[in-house]
Design a binder for this molecule. Structure first.
Ligand code: TRP
Length: 454
């Protein structure tokens, strides 16, 4: 078979692909979202379901996304189309790519708001706003931020522009350095925080909260949230990883790359939890505090540490960079499609996309102040965007990708891309993606539905 190339470029090596995909996976999902939804869903049992979902649903689907992307060497919409056609199936499978583009818009618009909070905290730490802050005052500082739409709008806009700049330049350039140096730095700083947290009186309570399995804490809703988060944290179900896979060198083994990425992502989330919950319990705070959890706990810890303001500044800076390297992967599928479809340059493509997302984001940030009373299905706009993407659109996209790769794509294509056909690993993946993954996703969906109808 002749070797296809993507018109958008290619990662220089196997490691760059792994770093880029890790940059996409590790983001606010790990450091902001994982701890707070674990807190809201009762801890250990939720964590266990989440880990199972990473293994049974996340890893096989990530392999599927990468193999489709790499085989087609096009943006997700066109990749789904082309692989369907060359397998003798309907081109309508490109609809999965379309739903992914929409999910990417929705996610990025609230993601950018939260990234804006991070930018605000970088600035605040930089000027020492949170020195020796009490937990009460940390809560008030965060609420003060949420009640101020102008400040939120400025930071949201700054972040969208940052994302547009990278997409305009093409993902190869800036991304490489950001990920090669800054992600390891983030990890080291998390370990410093872990060392601090392990000295606090609440460390055991924090540890127990994360790892003590108490099945009475589980509901179908919390299982759905755990599965949705497995998709969210690994950047699956909307084509981000498919797009990154389309720039992947042909010789790289997909299976080991995917396992490396999933492992790094999981470790970062668990360490973040082990940093935040001890601080929560040491200071008598509420683990179920919601989206503000990281923003009220960490300033308190930094306020008590020697040189805490400097650590705090660097820490929030690195979280901001992690959010940045994730956010660009949310926009890349749509940008690549515009370039393929209309032959546009990347710059107009990212201006159009940036404006769309910026506008939706304004509604999301208004959820905390001016339009706090506007409810969609009982959710604020912000919560609605989060809920329908993570818990519905991504798992649904993932379900279709699993069914597509397991049942529609010619076996020769998946064997060729995964290149371990002679081996038991391929069969294990094949059985998982055909039966286990779709059944698991479907069961969680159906039982939730029955539960809400009750
Ligand atoms: N995985 C990122 C995080 O945990 C967010 C993200 C980036 C994402 N790209 C995605 C989520 C694609 C879903 C789909 O912060």
């Amino acid at each position: 078979m002749e070797e296809k190339q993507s018109i958008h470029g290619a990662w220089a090596s196997r490691w760059i692909f792994i770093l880029a995909a890790t940059g996409s996976a590790v983001g606010l999902g790990n450091i902001w979202k994982f701890p707070y939804i674990t807190g809201e869903n009762g801890g250990g049992a939720f964590v266990l379901v989440y880990l199972l979902c990473i293994l049974v649903v996340g890893v096989p689907i990530m392999m599927a996304e990468v193999l489709i992307g790499r085989h087609a060497r096009k943006s997700p919409i066109n990749a789904m189309h082309d692989v369907a056609i060359s397998s003798g199936k309907s081109g309508l499978w490109s609809m999965v790519g379309w739903m992914g583009v929409l999910a990417g818009f929705f996610i990025l618009s609230f993601y950018s708001v939260v990234a804006g909070w991070v930018l605000h905290y970088i600035a605040g730490m930089g000027v020492g706003d949170y020195a020796a802050i009490s937990s009460d005052d940390a809560g008030k500082a965060f609420e003060g931020l949420l009640s101020n739409p102008q400040t939120l709008l400025i930071w949201h806009s700054v972040f969208i522009v940052m994302v547009m700049l990278v997409i305009a330049g093409g993902v190869e350039k800036g991304l490489e350095n950001a990920v090669k140096f800054l992600m390891p730095a983030l990890f080291v700083l998390l370990l410093v925080m872990l060392a601090y947290a392990s000295q606090t009186s609440g460390f055991h309570a924090g540890w127990d909260f994360l790892f003590h399995f108490d099945p009475s804490q589980l509901s179908w809703e919390s299982i759905l949230v755990a599965m949705g988060h497995a998709f969210f944290t690994l950047s699956l179900g909307m084509g981000a990883i498919m797009a990154y896979g389309s720039y992947m060198p042909k010789k790289t083994a997909i299976g080991t790359a995917v396992i490396t990425i999933a492992l790094m992502d999981t470790v970062v989330a668990l360490v973040a939890g082990l940093v935040i919950f001890p601080i929560v319990f040491t200071n008598g705070m509420d683990p179920g505090a919601g989206p503000g959890l990281m923003f009220v706990t960490l300033p308190v810890a930094f306020g008590q540490m020697p040189s805490g303001q400097i650590f705090g500044f660097v820490f929030f800076l690195l979280v901001g960079i992690a959010a940045w390297t994730s956010a660009i992967s949310l926009l890349e599928p749509a940008a690549a499609w515009l370039v393929e479809k209309f032959g546009w340059h990347r710059i107009p493509a990212c201006i159009v996309l940036g404006l769309i997302i910026w506008s939706i984001g304004i509604a999301a940030l208004g959820s905390f102040n001016v339009i706090a009373d506007v409810k969609l299905f009982g959710f604020t706009v912000f919560d609605f965007l989060d809920f329908i993407t993570a818990n519905i659109m991504l798992p649904l996209g993932g379900l279709f990708i699993a069914l597509f790769t397991g049942w529609m794509v010619k076996r020769q294509i998946s064997e060729d891309e995964l290149a371990f056909s002679a081996n038991a690993w391929y069969r294990a993946w094949y059985i998982t993606i055909r039966y286990i993954t779709p059944v698991a996703v479907a069961i969680i969906f159906v039982f939730n539905l029955l539960d809400t109808l009750k």
